[in-house]
Every structure is written in C-alpha cells, then in structure tokens.
Design a protein around this ligand. Structure first.
Ligand SMILES: Nc1ncnc2c1ncn2[C@@H]1O[C@H](COP(=O)(O)OP(=O)(O)OP(=O)(O)O)[C@@H](O)[C@H]1O
Ligand SMILES: [Mg+2]
Length: 133
C-alpha cells in the first residue's frame, strides 16, 4: 500500500525561530494520524506545509502523491482541510456546518442538505444534540 503522506527532512523557519528542524514521517493510506505535542512544537506549521498554505524552507513532502511545492495545485484538489474551530462562531449546528461546507464546494442547496444527512448517518451522529443556537 502506498503512503498517503510522506515528509522528508522538512524545515521551516520564521525569522530566527526554527519551527520545523528536519521533520520526517510517513502516513500509510487508510490510517489516521494525530499530531501531538506541546504548544509551539510545530503542529500547525506542519499542517500548513502539508496543505500548501506555507512553503517549506527545506526538505520535501508529498500528499496523495503530489509534491507540496511542485504539485500544489493538484494536491489541493485531493484534500480537504477543516479549521481548528468546528463551527462558524458556534452559531451553526453540526448539520448546518456540513451543509455550509457542501455549499462552499458548490454542491447546491439540495445536494448539500442530503449529503450532510448522509454523513451524519454514516458516522452514527444523527442522535447527537445540535450545538447551542
Ligand atoms: N507566523 C509566525 N511568525 C513567527 N513565528 C511563528 C509563526 N507561527 C509560528 N511561529 C513559531 O513557530 C513555532 C511552531 O509554531 P506552531 O504554531 O506550528 O506550533 P503548534 O504545535 O501548532 O503550537 P500550538 O499547540 O500552540 O498550536 C513556535 O515557536 C511559534 O512561536
Ligand atoms: Mg497549533
């Protein structure tokens, strides 16, 4: 099975500060990876490099077989990235959040609503109470 993510000696500096100092790892397809570490460890920087939002200063990385620098555009068509805060200023329910993402992907109102319902059912979340409105 090929790797979903490869990172090889990633370096990222912010001025004098070195946020990533030769980070290497691989993530096999079909697995879930959690990045854990103390504040300032470089987790957000790593995610931003892997999702093409930041250009690394050294090393290389691929996601879905696409190089984060050379194939950035193609890479972006293969991934989804959700923000650190799940709801838009916490006024949306889980279903409304999913619908909003569907609309952002131009699925259309009807299809977005149906897809949100499908996903909540698939992940067994239909019984979860909505967030505060
Ligand atoms: N825009 C920036 N300019 C300067 N330094 C930065 C910038 N962003 C991050 N850093 C520094 O890079 C290092 C890694 O930061 P990063 O945000 O990637 O860590 P993190 O693991 O996500 O931390 P947290 O758990 O607090 O979210 C830290 O020393 C941080 O201060
Ligand atoms: Mg962070």
């Amino acid at each position: 099975m090929s790797d979903a993510i490869t990172a090889d000696g990633l370096v990222k500096r912010y001025g004098e500060a070195t946020a990533l100092d030769g980070l290497s790892f691989t993530v096999p397809q079909g697995t879930v990876l959690a990045l854990l570490g103390p504040n300032g460890a470089g987790k957000t920087t790593t995610v931003r490099v892997l999702t093409t939002l930041l250009r690394p200063d050294g090393g290389r990385a691929t996601v879905a077989g696409c190089d984060v620098v050379r194939d950035a555009r193609r890479l972006r068509s293969h991934i989804g990235l959700s923000g650190q805060y799940a709801a838009v200023d916490e006024h949306l329910t889980g279903a409304e959040n999913l619908e909003m993402v569907g609309r952002l992907y131009h699925l259309g109102a009807k299809r977005s609503k149906a897809r949100a319902r499908e996903l909540l059912e698939r992940f067994d979340l239909t019984g979860a109470p909505p967030t505060v409105r």
